[in-house]
Ligand binder design. Structure first.
Ligand SMILES: C[S@@+](CC[C@H](N)C(=O)[O-])C[C@H]1O[C@@H](n2cnc3c(N)ncnc32)[C@H](O)[C@@H]1O
Ligand code: SF4
Ligand code: SF4
Length: 425
């Protein structure tokens, strides 16, 4: 017997927290017991093992923290990936427009050739109708039980009327007992009582909004097209979303510029009692296609991660783990663009050479690429359950090849998340 390769060990005073990145199991043992188990697993059978320790080892075996020597991690994780292809659930991104009224300097979308500054670049009414009809047909043909739609962009609120039309039409799936979940990933600047009322009436469940620091920091990163900041309006709009009963996630993108100031942002949000209704996700800035140096994946940025998670804990925020569990090429994971073309991933959406279908030409092309291979080294990595070989887009567009590894980022992001969630101190 041995420890599963998927286990991560985190010291917490005289205890050790065990985290299995694939099963997502979390367990806590006295560190002296972990040492005893190590000696036992290393064949030191002379040592007296108490009944209590034997029970603990059996439990760890049942929950797959400890596994037989013959256990094949590669097969297990291959199955986990393949199972996603069998799911009777669609997760799709609807992009009504690539246009955006913000000019965030790190934006992954505007760095690619998407005509983001052209207000005419919005999906037509006819194309919206076609997109919804195509999706309804796809869901029925594939015996889908659950459809999750994320409005994406550009800025999805610049296609508000089309979003309403899309959701209204899609709601016909309810008559077929298909569950619907509607989310919007938005800069949350263009919200009003009226448009929130409309979005609620067609079934919007949740919103994800980005805040990148306290006002003076955020306003230099989440910049409106006229050069002004956006902080005050976004804060007010989040409170309005709360009043409409939407679930709200605040995303914080960190890099060298803003990481030192995130603690201050969290304190501010707690003062406004946002800890009573929002959930927070912290993500390192991925280098956009035109600037490999603008990145949150560095030691200089990661040094602030413990402080950020501890502050979230201190103020009783609900917070999430950062993951790169890539859905690229998974059968029921895809994106519909404003011109009706289909893509495997929102980061590739609209990029030449990556189109995988067209709703106006029989949907997916027969040669749609499936899930990409991940390097062999990943199958025995303790973090593969949260990383899954990393972001395929980032790896590809920056031509990082086999040497690409997210371990320096994931190991800190996961460790600090787990300690902030499960530590006793
Ligand atoms: C491209 S935006 C589109 C939706 C909307 N305009 C917004 O900003 O939420 C989608 C998400 O990507 C995030 N994002 C943009 N550029 C990024 C980057 N370089 N690294 C990490 N996240 C990024 C944004 O913070 C947002 O949560
Ligand atoms: S608001 Fe969203 S789409 Fe617009 S520039 Fe910022 S990150 Fe990009
Ligand atoms: S890319 Fe690195 S961190 Fe991610 S699964 Fe592979 S080896 Fe692990």
């Amino acid at each position: 017997m041995r420890w599963s390769k998927f286990i991560n060990f985190y010291e917490d005073q005289d205890s050790t927290i065990l985290f299995n990145s694939v099963t997502r199991g979390v367990n806590k043992l006295k560190t002296e017991h972990v040492s005893k188990i190590n000696r036992y697993l290393n064949g030191n059978l002379q040592e007296m093992i108490s009944e209590e320790m034997k029970d603990a080892i059996s439990e760890l075996y049942i929950d797959e923290y400890i596994v037989p020597d013959t256990y094949k991690e590669k097969e297990l994780f291959t199955k986990v990936r393949r199972d996603r292809d069998q799911e009777s659930r669609i997760v799709m991104y609807f992009i009504p427009t690539f246009n955006c009224d913000f000019r965030c300097p790190y934006c992954i979308v505007s760095a690619t050739d998407h005509d983001c500054m052209n207000p005419q670049n919005v999906i037509s009414d006819l194309e919206t109708e076609n997109a919804a009809n195509w999706l309804i047909g796809y869901a029925i043909d594939n015996q889908i039980k659950n459809v999750t739609v994320d409005l994406f962009g550009g800025e999805p609120m610049l296609g508000h009327k089309q979003n309403l039309k899309f959701f209204k039409k899609l709601n016909e799936l309810k008559d077929r007992d298909i569950e619907l979940e509607y989310n919007m990933i938005s800069n949350c600047y263009n919200l009003s009582e009226q448009n929130l009322k409309e979005l609620k009436s067609v079934g919007l469940n949740s919103i994800q909004v980005t805040i990148d620091g306290p006002k003076n920091v955020h306003d230099k990163r989440r910049i409106r097209s006229n050069g002004n900041g956006s902080f005050d309006k976004i804060i007010q709009n989040i409170e309005m979303c709360r009043d409409f009963g939407l679930r709200i996630t605040i995303r914080i993108n960190i890099d060298q510029e803003n990481a030192p100031h995130i603690k201050e942002l969290i304190q501010y949000l707690a003062e406004r009692k946002f800890n009573e209704f929002v959930s927070i996700g912290v993500a390192p800035v991925d280098p956009p296609i035109d600037d490999l140096n603008r990145t949150g994946h560095t030691g200089k940025v990661m040094q602030y991660v413990p402080e950020i998670f501890q502050t979230l804990r201190k103020y009783h925020f609900n917070f999430r783990m950062w993951e790169t569990f890539c859905g690229y090429g998974t059968k029921n994971f895809f994106v519909i663009c404003p011109d009706g073309t289909l893509y495997n991933c929102p980061s590739y959406a609209g990029m030449e050479g990556y189109c995988v279908g067209d709703i106006n030409a029989n949907g997916f092309y027969p040669d749609r690429p499936g899930m990409h291979e991940i390097p062999d080294k990943c199958y025995s990595c303790s973090l593969v359950g949260v990383c899954s070989g990393g972001c395929y887009f980032m790896k590809n567009v920056h031509d990082l090849g086999e040497k690409f590894c997210m371990k320096p980022t994931h190991s800190i992001m996961v460790k600090e998340y787990i300690l902030a969630k499960y530590s006793d101190s």
